[in-house]
Design a protein around this ligand. Structure first.
Ligand SMILES: [Fe+2]
Ligand SMILES: [Fe+2]
Length: 157
């Protein structure tokens, strides 16, 4: 596989991941009970939609149609979130903590992928794409830190 193809594959993987997360975030928001956590999921949904739009731009910059590739890892993490909702009661700290676990796993996957993509874009001589991918990376890192801060406010019952 050529490096450019690896870049496209990873872009398609995260494009699929962002789509799945955009579909899952309203479910997480609705399931959360802490107001701060609900707010974090709701604003991350808006951010996720804008990541999809920016990925469209990156595909355009490399003259490649924006297509999804199967993204098993994010699909599994979304399933994990669904299981947490099934196995916890509404309005409990267990549920909020579980939702934070699932969403931070997704955030870390995104951070790893965007970090790799930003570097690979530079290596391949696509500085404009690298810039967009680095900005998305920074947003994912901010979301991850916000979730860490929210977790610290939750109290055991
Ligand atoms: Fe994202
Ligand atoms: Fe994200």
């Amino acid at each position: 596989m050529k490096l450019q193809q690896l870049f496209i594959d990873q872009l398609q993987d995260i494009y699929c991941g962002e789509e799945k997360l955009a579909k899952a975030l309203p479910m997480l928001e609705q399931a959360a009970s802490s107001d701060e956590l609900k707010q974090a999921f709701s604003s991350h949904l808006q951010e996720t939609k804008s990541h999809l739009a920016r990925l469209d731009k990156v595909f355009g910059m490399i003259d490649t149609p924006a297509e999804e590739k199967k993204c098993a890892a994010i699909a599994e993490i979304v399933d994990e979130g669904r299981t947490i909702i099934d196995e916890t009661e509404a309005g409990t700290v267990e549920r909020d903590v579980g939702l934070i676990f699932a969403s931070q796993k997704a955030a870390h996957y995104e951070i790893a992928t965007y970090g790799g993509l930003a570097q690979l874009a530079r290596t391949l001589g696509h500085p404009d794409a690298a810039e967009i991918l680095s900005v998305i990376l920074a947003e994912e890192q901010k979301t991850d830190s916000l979730l860490t801060r929210i977790a610290a406010t939750l109290k055991a019952n």
